[in-house]
Structures are given as C-alpha cells and as structure tokens.
Design a protein around this ligand. Structure first.
Ligand code: FE2
Ligand code: FE2
Length: 153
C-alpha cells in the first residue's frame, strides 16, 4: 500500500482548530513528505535542494503568520513561542545550507528529525495556543491584519 510509505501522514491530533493554520501545517508536512519521497527514490541532492529551500521559506512565512495571529489575539506565551520558532528556523536554515553546500546527505535519520521537528512543535506549543485561544474566543479567533494577512498559502 502506498500510504504505508508516507513518512508523515496528517492526523486529526495535529489540528489547532484554525483552518488557515491547519492548511499551512499540511503544506509543511507535504514538503517533508516530498523530501522523503525524493530520498526513497534516490533522487539527486540537486533535486532535493529546491524542496528544502521551499520548506525553509514556507516555514518562515508560516511562523510569521502564526506569530501575527497570536499577537492579534493576545496570546499569553507569545514571547516563548517566538523563541521556539527562532530555534526551529535556525535548524531548518542549517539543514538547507548544508544540503546546498553538499555537506548533507538526506537519510532516514534526517527525515525522522524533520518529522519530529514539526510534529513535536505542533503537538506541544501549537496545541497549547490553540487551547488558550479557543478557550477565550467569544467572537471567534481574529485573523492577522496588515502585512501577514495574505502570507503563506
Ligand atoms: Fe508555532
Ligand atoms: Fe505552527
């Protein structure tokens, strides 16, 4: 079955109950799965680099959008969340730069790292803001205004 080869299937447990955010998380998961497929098919590093580039770019757009949404909704642990994002971004950029420089071979360990890199953050930190925002939302959760309103597909 093809589905057993998917490294990182979406699970309902990942849902933060905010459709725009879930869509972005699914986009990130899809890129990680694409990288995994490229690895299992033995595709060249040069074919993987653009996927890793897109993962790094999409991560930056998603984090900016998410932080903007958290700010807009007065999330109590925004600073801590931003710090987690900063560390995750640094890790993604490091992988991207190593891959580009030919200093990284994408292995199953790399892929497990990336899966955990995202899944653990969603399941702990993102679910935590979801609980708080849904707990205090009376008129619904406000979308970010201004520069991030249209960020990330
Ligand atoms: Fe987050
Ligand atoms: Fe997120």
């Amino acid at each position: 079955m093809a589905s057993t080869n998917v490294l990182f299937p979406w699970k309902d447990a990942y849902s933060v109950g905010i459709p725009r955010i879930d869509t972005q998380h699914k986009g990130l998961i899809a890129l990680i799965n694409e990288l995994h497929a490229a690895m299992t098919e033995g595709r060249a590093r040069t074919a993987m680099a653009p996927v890793m580039d897109e993962l790094a770019d999409y991560t930056a757009r998603h984090f900016a959008y998410e932080e903007s949404l958290l700010r807009q909704n007065g999330y109590s642990a925004l600073a801590e969340h931003q710090e987690l994002h900063r560390k995750l971004t640094a890790q993604a950029l490091e992988l991207r730069d190593k891959l580009r420089a030919g200093k990284l071979t994408v292995t199953i360990e790399t892929m497990q790292f990336l899966k955990n890199w995202l899944a653990n953050h969603i399941l702990s930190a993102d679910i935590a803001y979801s609980r708080e925002l849904h707990g205090k939302a009376t008129g619904g959760i406000a979308a970010p205004r201004g520069e991030h309103a249209g960020a990330a597909r």
